[in-house]
Write a protein that binds this ligand. Structure first.
Ligand code: C2E
Ligand code: MG
Ligand code: MG
Length: 330
């Protein structure tokens, strides 16, 4: 069935392509009534979608456990904003040239009243699926900009506040207007805001992407590509779009000093960044050996547990005041 559907459909001189994802449930094992069978087939289909489109999957009872779990996260997520369960933590980004903190990344934290802390990797995909990422993302951007401005007013200027933007937010027609309004409301200098987008965002709808990125550039807001190297990399977009920085994904950094392939990838990304005049930031730096490698290869900036974990704002303010200790830089 999948093969048949995937064939081109010639309609009015155009070859149209559609793909399908199939979930299968079997009577009587997976249900005795039509309603249950359809519900379980639906659950199996969502699983197939998660594993990449154009696939099929048979229903398994364990899937229900996950579906219920997801449902419960979604329900609690609907109330996070009014119940003020969200907070931002900040992780320092270090300039390898000066050894100073040149930026901070805002990372979302959710403390569920019963479950306790829930990781963003767990709840952000759910928030994306049910559309809640839009109000949540707005809250994040507003809070990060407000905080950056407050630190600047307190004499603790942060050159760059980095904020993660989900693909769903970026595609929303109100996105650009939302960013500009928040900058206006919080009086943050647009130059000190950097939006982190993933490669997949840039690959779709290049015309509208280009126009949004150009408007951001004109206002002074910077753009970084997050998790660089893990997506469907098309290097042509690096030239086409106004981008300021590349963040090398931590999976490459992790193996810098042990796996020759990753050494080659990291070295190549750094020199490509230099040639295209893009700032290169290494993510997930955990050890002195990784730092030494990045310094030796003239990587611009680094972020990771070696310099500091994501921390609550009061702690980050203290770090901004004191600077990172000399000991971690050599
Ligand atoms: P990301 O943007 O790539 O953020 C970096 C992640 O790596 C963070 O995980 C950070 O805590 C972690 N990390 C930093 N240094 C190290 C290190 O040295 N070693 C290791 N093992 N990990 C390190 P976190 O906070 O759990 O966030 C995970 C992802 O969730 C983020 O990846 C980002 O994609 C997403 N995310 C977080 N906050 C937001 C947000 O406000 N909005 C959106 N749309 N996504 C967010
Ligand atoms: Mg990020
Ligand atoms: Mg990343």
């Amino acid at each position: 069935m999948l093969k048949a559907v995937a064939e081109a459909h010639p309609i009015d001189q155009h070859d149209l392509h559609v793909t399908a994802t199939v979930g299968v449930s079997i009577y009587p094992d997976d249900g005795r009534e039509a309603e249950t069978l359809i519900k379980n087939a639906d659950t199996a289909m969502y699983h197939a979608k998660e594993n990449g489109r154009q696939d099929y999957q048979f229903f398994e009872p364990a899937m229900n456990v996950r579906a219920v779990e997801r449902q419960s996260i979604e329900e609690s997520l609907r109330r996070v904003l009014e119940r003020q369960e969200l907070a931002l933590h900040y992780q320092p980004i270090i300039s390898l040239k000066t050894g100073q903190i040149c930026g901070g990344e805002a990372l979302l934290r959710w403390t569920h009243p019963v479950r306790g802390p829930v990781s963003p990797a767990q709840f952000i995909p759910v928030a994306e699926d049910c559309g809640l990422i839009l109000p949540i993302g707005k809250w994040v951007l507003h809070e990060a900009c407000r905080q950056a401005r407050a630190w600047s007013d307190a004499g603790l200027p942060l050159a760059r506040m980095a904020v993660n933007i989900s693909a769903i937010e970026f595609r929303d027609v109100q996105f650009l207007k939302g960013v500009l309004t928040i900058l206006d409301d919080t009086h943050l200098d647009p130059k000190s805001l950097e939006l982190e987008l993933t490669e997949s965002v840039l690959m779709k709808r290049p015309e509208s992407t280009e126009s949004i990125l150009k408007t951001l550039r004109a206002t002074g807001v910077r753009v970084a590509i997050d998790d660089f190297g893990t997506g469907y990399s098309s290097l042509s977009y690096l030239k086409r779009f106004p981008i300021d920085a590349l963040k090398i994904d931590q999976s490459f950094v992790r193996q810098i000093t042990t796996t020759p392939d990753d050494t080659a990838i990291v070295t190549a990304v750094i020199s490509m960044g230099q040639n295209l005049q893009l700032r290169v930031v290494a993510e997930g730096v955990e050890t002195r050996a990784e730092l030494a490698f990045l310094q030796a290869h003239q990587c611009d900036e680094a972020q990771g547990y070696h310099f500091g974990r994501p921390m609550p704002p009061d702690q980050f303010a203290k770090l901004l005041q004191a600077g990172v200790s000399e000991a971690v830089l050599h």
